[in-house]
Design a protein. Sequence first.
Length: 131
Amino acid sequence: SRNNDILVWMGSLLIPYTFIFLALYGVMFDEAFYQEQFVQNNAYDLGEKHVDNPLAQIFAFYKSDEPLTTDVFNEKEKSHLHDVKALYENAKAWWLGSLFAVFMIGSIMHNKQMIATMIRRGAFITFILII
């Protein structure tokens, strides 16, 4: 029916967002990635403690309500970190909503073939967005 087709397309369009957010989350909190960038950009010339301690504070700041207490960053950089945190929190809220919607759509359909179609379309759309 037409309603089921709409549900399949809605779920299919939400699936790529869930995968893309997980990939971004993986990069955003990958400490090894940041350390590699620090080496490439000679940040460790300042001293490892000078770099690694603020990195731990940034991760704590992004993941919780802990304030950013390091004095390594100027006000402009701190403002940028607050903006990044706000973007991350908004993206996370959309991701949770999308994930919930995909599961709800799947539970409403009661048809394994339609759910499979939704997943295949979502995977295809994700693939197209990535390449």
